[in-house]
Design a protein around this ligand. Structure first.
Ligand code: CA2
Length: 150
């Protein structure tokens, strides 16, 4: 049998509520890329970095929490997390990020600090290793590059 190639380290890219609608409305805030476009860009960059990505989206808080636990279970290299509006409300996500050893990078397309007051608090950011915000889809690529160094 030929020697098997070791699997590439995996990076989870988790996206929260309404991000399935990216590209359809508010391009002035979120850009015109769809989540599929972002997945394609990340897959290309991941290949070049020797990583694999697993990109998921859910409108349900519990799914994001289960996936954070799963990331630790499969020994993912990192999680890139855009929790959408749950960023600003979810103590459960804060607890889940604190409960795992897998490093989590918070990603936002827009810069929440330049927006409404209710977006200025981030429970995700309080637990995450780092935050990238305001750079549109490029923020996901920068986060993936950081994860390659973990
Ligand atoms: O800037 C980001 O990435 C956000 O996480 C996006 C969230 C928002 O609640 C956060 O404060 C910042 C909202 C995602 C909503 O996505 C839409 C997609 C298409 C049309 C409208 C909203």
């Amino acid at each position: 049998m030929p020697p098997s190639t070791p699997a590439a380290p995996i990076v989870f890219v988790l996206n929260g509520p309404n991000l399935n609608l990216l590209g359809s409305r508010e391009p002035e805030i979120y850009g015109s890329d769809t989540l599929d476009d972002i997945a394609g860009m990340l897959e290309d960059r991941a290949r070049a970095l020797g990583l694999e990505i697993d990109l998921r989206q859910s409108n349900h808080e519990g799914h994001l929490i289960d996936w954070l636990h799963e990331a630790q279970g499969v020994e993912a290299r990192a999680v890139l997390l855009n929790a959408g509006a749950l960023t600003h409300t979810s103590v459960a996500l804060y607890d889940a990020i604190r409960a795992i050893r897998t490093p989590v990078i918070e990603v936002h397309l827009s810069n929440p600090h330049q927006r409404e007051d209710f977006r200025h608090k981030s429970y995700v950011g309080m637990a995450a290793k780092a935050t990238i915000a305001g750079l549109g889809a490029q923020g996901y690529l920068l986060a993936l590059e950081a994860a390659a160094g973990f």
